[in-house]
Design a binder for this molecule. Structure first.
Ligand SMILES: C[S@@+](CC[C@H](N)C(=O)[O-])C[C@H]1O[C@@H](n2cnc3c(N)ncnc32)[C@H](O)[C@@H]1O
Length: 288
């Protein structure tokens, strides 16, 4: 019978050999999932024996990880902004940089609430629902928010996450292309839409390209098609209320192209960018 410690060491060894840069963390997360034991137990009692089924489960997960399947899909969940979200192959795996967008959106929302407004909010391309669910949990004064996606499969996952975090009554899920199904004008529009260009496919690692939904990744030759379409639709459909704010996550090399585009199509808007921790402009904030 193997022990927790032995399985952990074996997992780290095989992952490191395969040049996995998160070998220790991945092995730990898979071990917790396979045995149902918390991290503290795994560390404190490495000599504890596991059952044959737990060992088989761990080794099977390890094998899949070695083939490239992302940890979040293997264990079925991922943390984002301190909350645990259900994640499967129907949705993009939440990325830490999207926390920047949530933080900025909360700041805007709280400013509006402090001024006595109750802002109407919509998140477009909501995927697993991390953005609206986090906003609803963090800001209980918001009566409701809209969350839309073109993928009915993704919306099923978002629905589960709304229930998991007890905000299902406050999040209105909409199925449709970009803003098409939005029933009213909004004060705050958030979106982390696909922004990878077809010209960047070669730069993607296999665990992204082979496993994550392509509908959640790609957006035309330079990754800008959906962002352009959303900005044009927001303007043409007059979907934004007075003094509305649009917050968009963008690709790390897209600032100049978006600045130029907005200068041409929306010259009266005020546009600012925020950098991520690596120093790239990753968040576009537009005020009408
Ligand atoms: C990059 S993922 C982001 C998911 C989630 N917002 C997050 O931050 O993890 C983009 C999402 O946009 C959706 N999407 C793609 N094209 C769309 C469109 N034309 N209209 C609405 N949603 C779209 C995809 O289905 C996917 O769920």
């Amino acid at each position: 019978m193997a022990t927790l410690g032995e399985l952990f060491v074996e997992g780290v060894r095989r992952l490191a050999q395969a040049e996995n840069r998160n070998a220790r963390l991945d092995a730990q997360v898979l071990l917790e999932h396979a045995t149902g034991m918390e991290r503290s137990v795994c560390y404190a009692y490495p000599e504890r024996e596991v059952t044959a089924e737990q060992e088989q489960h761990f080794l099977a997960l390890l094998e899949r990880r070695l083939q490239g399947e992302p940890v979040a899909y293997l264990v079925g969940h991922k943390e984002f902004y301190g909350l645990d979200f259900l994640i499967d192959k129907r949705v993009l795996i939440p990325r830490p940089e999207t926390e920047l967008l949530v933080e900025a959106a909360l700041e805007v929302i709280r400013r509006k609430l402090s001024a006595g407004q109750v802002p109407i909010i919509a998140d477009v391309g909501t995927g697993s629902g991390i953005i609206p669910v986090t906003l609803a949990v963090e800001e209980p004064r918001l009566p409701y928010l809209y969350a839309s996606d073109i993928s009915a499969d993704a919306l099923e996952v978002a629905r589960l996450n709304c229930q998991r975090h007890r905000v299902a009554q406050r999040i209105r899920l909409l199925h449709g292309d970009l803003l098409a199904s939005l029933p009213e004008r909004v004060d705050v529009l958030t979106a982390n839409l696909p922004y990878i260009g077809n010209n960047e496919i070669d730069m993607l690692t296999a665990d992204v390209f082979d496993y994550e939904p392509h509908l959640a990744l790609f957006s035309g030759p330079h990754g800008l098609d959906l962002l352009h379409r959303l900005l044009i639709a927001a303007q043409q459909l007059a979907i934004l209320k007075e003094k509305a704010v649009v917050l968009l996550e963008i690709g790390y090399q897209q600032r100049a192209a978006l600045e130029q585009f907005l200068h041409e199509v929306w010259p009266q808007a005020t546009v600012t960018f925020t950098k991520d921790y690596a120093g790239w402009d990753r968040l576009l904030l537009l005020q009408t």
